[in-house]
Design a protein around this ligand. Sequence first.
Ligand code: CU
Length: 103
Amino acid sequence: MTSTRLTRFFAALITGAALTAGAVAQTNTDLTPGEVRKVDTAASKLTIKHGDIKNLDMPAMTMVFQVRDPTLLAKVKAGDAVRFHAERGDGTYIVTSLEVVKK
Ligand SMILES: [Cu+2]
């Protein structure tokens, strides 16, 4: 590798790392409506009563999700209406993005 190619390689690596958190949401941005039932900050988990999740082929239900980015938990509390995106992973379901629906 020339030094220029090496530089590009590392630039790509850094960019890739920065994008990892949002990458899934970028390729599939389906947002599902839901209502937060419980926020478990210690375990980085959210209980959400959710509508149909098209990308997971899941009907409406109330269930526990793992949260990829624990800082998301600071934005919500029980009773909040939200829209979120979830992915399958590590034998569980992971919320990858979340926004509070303003009333
Ligand atoms: Cu579910």
